[in-house]
Write a protein that binds this ligand. Structure first.
Ligand SMILES: [Zn+2]
Ligand SMILES: [Zn+2]
Length: 625
């Protein structure tokens, strides 16, 4: 509480639901004290999706205790106790804490040690307030709901351990988590959603459907795309590429490493070195320093100062694309130049933050850089947004919003003139408006080098995912001295736009796995069709059918096992194959296939060519099922 104390103003911003949840934390503490009066409480804030309260207690609370605690909590809510705010002097608060009365139901033999410590951290000028409900008194700045009865519905969810003030030198506390809502229906809906999210977890589905693998020996946060996952990625990449081509982008390839000096010019090194893999050093340099007995610390110091050269695994693609732009002369007639690359970059994420495909150390961005004139910024931003919307709509992600990150009033920290900024910010705002996309303006969220747009999409179960950005940049063209020849023959500076609207293919595929719950539409499905002969008598026919499909570039396979047809169907369904073709005597005689779709089940028999036509159209049009 004291280590990341909120200002009174920040507290007043607590939303209604946060008030309910935080008030529920007080009810939780009251209930625990009724059962274990000796419990020592520390902090109990609202958090995303719920609340917790940290406490010290000899009894180890487990989920087996939840029933007992919840029963007590229900009583307290039924008692409809008012939450009463009392302002006390510092001395009075200290006296109460020493008597064990804070975070307690009354005086106790031991002082309320954590509350005492939190008290010491409250600045002198700040008012000290207590909150009372029934017999329970807590040191708290609030705010709360009016009465315990205002807590509509709640549930304890889990237990964890946490060091007091997140410091391993402090005592380890028990953290009881719970959540609360205004109504029972909202609570039920929340848990149903959680259940659904668990089923859709891309780490679980990625393993079950053999899409990707992360291997400790390869390294945490480094994704291995298995054959089936590679198909999904390739199809997605091809789709994006097609759209890029339509919008006049040209694709390039650049290496995974580049000289440190390049990243010094761009400013990525050494300023962002905390989030990069350390530099690579040439063998000769390394040998020379080993001979001189140079220490590691010295080496890293000299690298940072630029006294020795090395290479960096690229954390960004921009400097490479800039070098491509700068490698030829440009006139205003050539602009905009739009360079796109599925460029793999490497960033050093803390290992605790890594997870599945969404937080990784190596990832491939759907990156592009646009070099244009001031006047072209609006049109280019608009183009970027259109591209994103087209792709999201195709994928059935029809709910999205954008956040426009603008500068704040402190003009000294921004690169570029205020006229340029006004123009770029207007362009971002205009583009969002013109497309009719819901957007919010966030003052102070711009980077020092330019304003930006972030994309947030909602998946089918209503969860929001932050994807990538479109960013205007006045800084890098300056640092690299980029230019183009204007109509009056003078050399002008182009504006640069960075855009990686989906962030990375890893993250985006992770989001898509969850969005589709692994049931990819036919165009993305690793296996589009599975041929299921009813018995081995029809194997030959089955092979000829799957052969015809493969000839037409349809990703088909045949189940040649001796399993019963029911089992074959169940397996294909479990592996989320969009189409199953069931083949028996009737189908073989008529030269037909009995189509079974993942979504609708039995769809009746058609000729092989009719089925081929149908699925080819579905894939070509990138239909969803
Ligand atoms: Zn409180
Ligand atoms: Zn960039």
């Amino acid at each position: 509480m004291a280590d990341d104390r909120k200002t009174t103003e920040e507290r007043q911003r607590m939303t209604d639901i946060e008030r309910i949840r935080h008030s529920c934390a007080h009810v939780l503490a009251t209930a625990i004290l009724r059962i274990w009066p000796e419990a020592q409480f520390a902090a109990g804030p609202p958090v995303e999706n719920g609340f917790y309260y940290d406490l010290e207690l000899d009894h180890h609370i487990s989920s087996d205790d939840f029933d007992k605690i919840e029963t007590e909590m229900k009583k307290i809510i039924k008692e409809n106790q008012p939450f009463e705010r009392v302002v006390v002097s510092r001395d009075e608060a200290i006296r109460l804490a020493n008597e064990g009365q804070l975070g307690a139901l009354g005086p106790r033999p031991m002082p309320s040690k954590f509350k005492l410590d939190i008290l010491r951290g409250i600045p002198d000028e700040e008012e000290i307030s207590l909150y009372r409900n029934g017999d329970f008194t807590d040191l708290c700045a609030g705010p709360h709901v009016m009465r315990t009865g205002n807590i509509g519905a709640f549930k304890l969810t889990s237990i964890a351990s946490a060091y007091y003030k997140r410091d391993a030198n402090n005592p380890q506390l028990q953290r009881v988590y719970g959540t609360a809502f205004k109504t029972r229906a909202e609570l039920d809906q929340y848990f149903a959603l959680l259940e659904e999210a668990k089923k859709r977890d891309h780490r679980k589905l990625g393993r079950e459907l053999e899409l990707f693998h992360i291997d400790e020996e390869v390294g945490p946060g480094l994704v291995l795309w298995k054959p089936k996952g590679a198909i999904v990625r390739k199809e997605l990449q091809a789709f994006i590429s097609e759209e890029l081509g339509r919008q006049g982008y040209t694709e390039v390839f650049t290496p995974h490493i580049g000289k440190l000096s390049l990243f010094r010019t761009s400013g990525h090194y050494p300023y962002y070195r905390e989030s990069q893999f350390p530099p690579l050093i040439e063998p000769e340099t390394l040998a020379k320093f080993a001979e001189e007995g140079c220490s590691c610390a010295e080496l890293s110091n000299r690298l940072m100062k630029g006294e020795i050269e090395g290479y960096l695994l690229k954390p960004m693609n921009c400097p490479m694309h800039i070098k491509i732009y700068a490698s030829s002369q440009h006139s205003y007639r050539d602009l905009p130049v739009r360079l796109a690359e599925f460029g793999t970059v490497y960033r050093w994420e803390q290992s605790g933050e890594l997870g599945g495909m969404t937080r990784v150390r190596g990832f491939t961005q759907d990156d592009a850089h646009i070099f244009c004139t001031e006047e072209q910024v609006l049109g280019e931003i608009q183009g970027c947004l259109q591209l994103v919307l087209r792709i999201l709509n195709t994928l059935g992600m029809n709910s999205y919003r954008v956040r426009v990150g603008l500068r704040d009033s402190d003009s000294s920290k921004y690169v570029g003139t205020s006229e340029q900024w006004d123009r770029a910010e207007d362009a971002l705002r205009e583009s969002a408006k013109n497309l009719g996309v819901p957007f919010s303006e966030e003052i102070g969220e711009a980077a020092f080098y330019g304003p930006k747009i972030d994309f947030v999409v909602k998946d089918v179960i209503g969860r929001e995912w932050q994807l990538g950005t479109v960013q205007v940049d006045y800084n890098l063209p300056e640092r690299f001295g980029l230019s183009y020849v204007a109509p009056d023959n003078s050399a002008r500076r182009p504006v640069m736009i960075h855009r990686a609207p989906f962030g990375s293919l890893e993250r985006f595929c992770g989001v898509l796995i969850e969005h589709f719950a692994g049931s990819f539409p036919a165009w993305l499905a690793p296996e589009q069709v599975r041929v299921l002969p009813i018995s081995e008598k029809h194997l030959e026919y089955g092979r000829s059918v799957s052969g015809r499909l493969l000839d037409r570039n349809i990703r088909a396979s045949i189940d040649e096992s001796s399993d019963k047809i029911g089992a074959k169907i169940r397996l294909a369904q479990l592996q989320k194959v969009p189409y199953m073709l069931v083949l028996g005597a009737r189908e073989e005689q008529a030269g037909e296939v009995a189509v079974r779709s993942r979504k609708n089940g039995d769809e009746g028999a058609v000729s092989v060519s009719e089925f081929v036509e149908r699925i080819q159209m579905e894939v070509r049009e990138r239909q969803r099922d």
